[in-house]
Design a protein around this ligand. Sequence first.
Ligand code: SF4
Length: 855
Amino acid sequence: MDSTAIFPFVTKPGRYLGKEYNSICKDWNNITVKIALIFPDMYEIGMSHLGLQILYHIINAQDSMLAERSFCPDTDAERQMRDTNTPLFSLESKKPLARFDILGITLPYELCYTNILTIFDLAGIPRYQKDRDESHPLIIGGGSCSLNPEPVADFFDAIILGDGEEAIIEFIERWDICRKKDLSKKETLEKLARIEGVYIPSHYSIEYTSTGKIAAIQPQHNSPEKVMRRILKDLDDISHLYRPLVPNAKTIHDRLGLEIARGCTRGCRFCQAGMIYRPVRERSVDSIMEMATKGIDNSGFEELALLSLSTGDYSCIDNLLPQIMDRYAEKYVSVSMPSMRVGTLSQQVMDQIKRVRKTGFTIAPEAGSERMRQVINKGITEEDLLTTCKDAFSLGWNVIKLYFMIGLPTETKEDIEAISILSQRTYDIAKKYGGRSKQVTSSVGTFVPKPHTPFQWERQISLEESKERISLLRKTMPKKGVKLKYHDPETSFLEGVFSRGDRRLSAVIEQAWQDGARFDSWSDHFNLPRWHQAAKQTGCDLEFYLRQRDTKEILPWSHLDSGIDESFLLRELERSKIGKYTPDCRYNACQKCGLCDFSSIKPIVINRKRFDEEMMADSTVEKALPLEKTDGETGHFKYMVHYARKGDICYLGHLELLQILFRAIRRAKITTNFSQGFNPSPKISFGPALPVGMASEDEYIIIDLPTPLKSPGDTCKELNMVLPDGLEVSKITAHSGKIPQSTLTTYHIDLKRQLTEAEQQQLATYQKSTTFAVTRTRKGKQKEIDIRQLVEITRDNKSNKLEVLVTATTGVPGVKVREALAAILNLSDKEILQASVCKISWQDAEEHLPIKRER
Ligand code: SF4
């Protein structure tokens, strides 16, 4: 079945289209090893995941290997695939996943586990490792959950622990050698188990006590007792993302992500990332600047995000930010820093960020009271926090979001009330800087103890306790100026079960999936009673996994080694009980977590003296010039850019296509004028939206430039060089900038069959009529309109194609071409969606000036 056949019948077909700028489609028949990288959530989430892109480029940089991508289809696409027997396919070559040699599935968070089963099922691959043979692809996993993948361990052949980019090529090469030697799958897995960081779940047998706890984890087939995670020594060792994938469909993080550092050693005791991504490894400023320059030039993104677990802790941030802002402010590329920490957000840093656009401002105190912040080793005081809020409000930010957790170890009623008190104090500051325009949002989630952290033995509060504590917050939270938002405690409950779960949960996941569980991290899909039902059917007690663990207990992940000594975690647990602070080893002495050998593995901090120096005394900050708005001084030269859209790209929505064009304009280095305000956007206007799935020979946008184009013909060629397949600019003409209000548009329609006699009769009746009423439904309301004066239709007797002319006027009720045709010929919804419709040309009906197409 042709995979594109499902496109007309699914929402957001752009999710399944591929063909993004910078995507790589190699010659399938000339490649030795074929890998599909799969993200078990929807396209818009998976494409925002930097790890997937890094692996994609690393693998594709090898001549003998290809990497293609696939994502979990939404439920409507899943239905379509089942109805039409379409196997799940990769975006690049549209090949069924079962034809790849290796499927690499990311394990990004616990609540995507059922999606993994959807992927197996749609790919026609047995879900359990034990049921697969040599004819099936090797299934490997990796990502944040890999350090306790036990709830899904039975589904995988191998799991790479730690930094995947360190191990992936070695892994694939070893697999390829085994294949060339014709080794069995069993023999291959034994060879792969010898690679550092590779965990083969089937090589470990788990025994349980009568009370359900783990009695023993027994390694077999010469596998090590503990599998140590793989650690990338230096971030600059991996190939840089110079040609980032530019999504066609809208994604959650639609921007250029630059990983400026990996690891954080602040030592927050609840934070898994702060433990399992140690040590801190910073990139050099030069390398970041090079990645930014090439990444923006090759993508056209309008936002650049500096990524790390705590961006403000990057030791050269004071040097990096002015450089990056100086380069991009005048190009209207905004710079965001999604993970800032109080105490690292100086006024100078905030001054820099707001030069282009004010991105959101989120601060994570995590706990309301000073005592609780000491328990978790947050290392910030209320004074630090309120000073940061004061700076942000005074610099013009209107909304500050505070993030807190409830259910942290030792939490009391007073600690919860302190969240409300801190929110009120923040709003008190807001009031001083603008009253009603300022707002505080306090967002609250339930603490989930995570493996490999000092709190891994702690109890997670029950669902009822979570609800009670949220209810207390609702009572005590200020009624004015502070918005309380809370993460659904039911999803935190299930996250807690899987976070510290074991292999027995795979049966629950399978049962819940069979009962319909999909996309559990999406609130509109999540259904906890279904999970309780699945647990009951499989004889599993979910609450068992939330209990406090004895520090002597064998944990489901005891055989998986993050590199942090258990003695360090226990020491930190003890220190939490007395609120004793453990400093950051970046700028203080080593805190002896046991990870570094200080020869190959050690912290890489570029400017260790940062915190010894006067913070922010660096004169480069002063040198950064404020962005000057030059709009009043520049010219306005307007051009109409005519383009065609053909093929699968037509399945992208109007806004998605416009985004592609905007980015192509940046890549072609065409400077446009920008709007004023906090969120400047390029001055580009566009014609009416074309329905998804419809091709067009003649679309347009109108661009407003500060200087005239030297050669519109050359600009046309430059744009075509950076546009994806399916989009082609035909000409660029000087224009008044006025969007036509009334148009006469010609469409060609191919029903891919002869018209029946009845349809020919209906067409003839229409042509002879003077009125023809159509009932339209808009926003739930029905309205009858006479389309006879708006639609002319003729049939080419030879080709059997129809030519339809539609008049449309802004502000006057009109009709869409498919809608008109369905009504005139009495066609079904399915048939009209399958018809091939192409917009051929249009003319300004007001001016009666035909605009000719150039072929
Ligand atoms: S071993 Fe020392 S320097 Fe290395 S991450 Fe642990 S505490 Fe930091």
